[in-house]
Design a protein. Structure first.
Length: 241
């Protein structure tokens, strides 16, 4: 059986109820607030199974949060349910779908959420660079690995290695050492996974998919004046509408 929200979703995407695969047992238990069943399923469920996206675009955490089944929300989070997954139809996280303060509070103190400044080093090509213009907005379609440490990010930027990067026959650089600064405003945009990483010293922060940023600074350096970094880019997270 389907609730009104799920039926509306089917209408939007043009998929008939008969064509849609049935939801998982875990999802059904979360929707009906069957705590005992959820507890049993979670004893053996893998993280991938917990975070499985159903045919309506939601996860078990989404539906539990939407209906205010707080005990189940807590259980799911403890077992590794990802609060950063967005519904594939509406683009909402499970936190966004929470309808009460009590449900929202279960997400607020997640130790992995973070805001502030993080850094990323990468190599661009000359063809890539014109895409980054001050005032333009960009959106990532996959996770972006960044770091709280500027020094770590510089390593991945090709800093101080420009002379060894690919060049044209007339010695013009094909690869450009690039240093990026990300200013994170929304605490649901980035996850601090330092404590989960095998390399804690890298202070890794993951920016979740479909996060929107505005290019707020572009600096280009002449190769002879700055052998460490040739381009610096700054991205500031867009305000939520």
């Amino acid at each position: 059986e389907l609730n009104d929200t799920e039926e509306a979703t089917d209408t939007m995407v043009g998929i008939s109820v008969m064509e849609r695969p049935p939801p998982s047992d875990l999802y059904r238990a979360c929707r009906s607030n069957a705590i005992d069943k959820v507890y049993e399923y979670l004893k053996t469920a893998s993280v991938d199974e917990i975070n499985q996206i159903q045919s309506n675009g939601s996860t078990a955490l989404h539906i539990a949060s939407y209906h205010g089944h707080n005990e189940i929300v807590k259980l799911l989070l403890e077992k590794g349910a990802s609060p950063s997954i967005r519904n594939q139809i509406y683009g909402l996280t499970a936190f966004d779908e929470a309808r009460t303060n009590q449900t929202e509070d279960l997400f607020k103190f997640d130790p992995y959420y973070c805001t502030g400044i993080c850094y990323r080093g990468m190599l661009l090509t000359r063809n890539d660079l014109p895409k980054y213009i001050i005032g333009h907005r960009v959106m990532n379609k996959s996770f972006i690995s960044t770091s709280r440490s500027r020094q770590v990010a510089e390593i991945y930027s090709g800093a101080e290695q420009q002379n060894y990067l690919r060049q044209t026959p007339d010695n013009r650089p094909i690869q450009i050492s690039t240093f990026c600064t990300y200013i994170i405003r929304n605490k649901r945009t980035a996850l601090n996974i330092k404590s989960l990483s095998l390399f804690e010293d890298e202070e890794e922060v993951l920016i979740v998919p479909f996060s929107a940023f505005e290019v707020t600074e572009v600096k280009q350096y002449h190769h002879s004046k700055n052998a460490r970094i040739m381009v610096e880019l700054e991205f500031t997270e867009c305000n939520e509408s």
